[in-house]
Design a protein around this ligand. Structure first.
Ligand code: R7I
Ligand code: MG
Ligand code: MG
Length: 307
């Protein structure tokens, strides 16, 4: 498959926003309730096109990487704080970390205080990671380093950071066009046993064409990183086009906006922006930081990378 690299960069970001917006109206619903909403005569038509915290924070990651031509922790934290709109529905950990930083704590320290001093392993760092996955797609070591550091602003737990790194590396492999070899690549990349086990499960579940209930019980559909990042990767690997992948990710219920966003980021990076259903992109919100801006961020990341 020959998809041009720039459309993979923009595809990862627009794909993530589209997945977020498709899943947003049904976040927290179970599988049956999701299907009752989306089968209501209209199929999988996007309902509002409004994105959530997943995309708002992804925008902050991209803005900061572009402006600094690389990672700058205090600046990225500032971007999150400036863009913050409570109506987008932030997780309590992320909200608390950003509040602490805005009151003067350093980005290195603030997130460590969360969850009894263990730090968060929510999926909030993984859901926003697409810009890191594309900018560092050709260097696994740098990608890991920047994925960990950008996560740390809100998520200091090892499992939160590793989930973000795994999601970023999946996007990187997708940019490289590696779908067949993805699981092997991920196995070699991932350091934590919790995720190694999940990757073995993905392989097993792909082999047997498991049903949705099995996917939910084995891989998860919740808002902690290890119960959602593997589910997004599975959704990408199971299908051969953007639409089926993202519809499936959202159809599982649970943390639908986030699993949709992560599956959409990997798919968009693999198939390119042209493979994202036009009617979904059309419905995706516009405005100051809407779809045109998100596409421009993808183009700017491409420019930072290739000049
Ligand atoms: O990760 P985070 O930003 O939340 C992202 C989610 C996505 O679904 C978004 O769409 C938005 O709706 O929120 O926010 P956190 O609060 O850090 O983590 C999310 C949840 O994971 C927490 O509220 C906890 O339920 C759980 N969690 C933990 N539970 C126990 N111990 C995260 N870390 C821990 C932990 O250390
Ligand atoms: Mg959200
Ligand atoms: Mg969510």
């Amino acid at each position: 498959m020959n998809v041009d690299l720039k459309s993979k960069f923009t595809g990862a970001l627009i794909g993530s926003a589209v997945g977020d917006a498709l899943g947003a109206p049904v976040e927290g619903y179970n599988m049956e309730r999701v299907s009752s909403v989306y089968s209501d005569g209209k199929g999988w038509e996007m309902i509002y096109g409004r994105y959530t915290d997943d995309t708002e924070t992804m925008i902050g990651v991209a803005e900061s990487l572009i402006e600094n031509k690389g990672f700058n922790g205090s600046d990225m934290a500032l971007k999150f704080i400036r863009n913050y709109d409570a109506r987008r529905g932030y997780g309590p950990g992320s909200k608390e970390a950003l509040r602490r930083i805005s009151e003067g704590e350093s980005w290195e320290e603030a997130s460590k205080k969360l969850f009894g001093g263990k730090g968060s392993y929510g999926n909030g760092a993984a859901m926003r990671i697409a810009p890191v996955g594309i900018l560092y797609y050709d260097n696994a070591d740098v990608l890991r380093e920047i994925a960990y550091k950008s996560s740390h602003i809100t998520h200091s737990h090892e499992l939160g950071k590793e989930g973000a790194a795994l999601q970023a590396f999946s996007i990187a492999l997708a940019v490289r066009g590696q779908k067949e070899g993805m699981l092997l690549g991920l196995k070699e990349f991932v350091k934590n046993e919790v995720y190694k086990e999940k990757i073995r499960k993905i392989e097993m579940l792909l082999d047997k064409e498991a049903n949705k209930k099995e996917i939910i019980s084995e891989l998860g559909n919740g808002e902690v990183a290890f119960n959602s990042v593997p589910t997004a990767i599975y959704s990408f690997l199971r299908f051969d086009n953007f639409k089926d992948c993202v519809v499936y990710a959202v159809s599982l219920g649970g943390d639908t906006d986030t699993i949709g966003a992560m599956a959409g980021a990997i798919s968009g990076a693999y198939y390119g922006e042209g493979a994202i259903p036009e009617e979904w992109v059309e419905k995706l919100e516009e405005g100051e930081k809407g779809k045109s801006y998100i596409r421009w961020l993808g183009e700017e990341l491409y420019r930072v990378k290739f000049g």
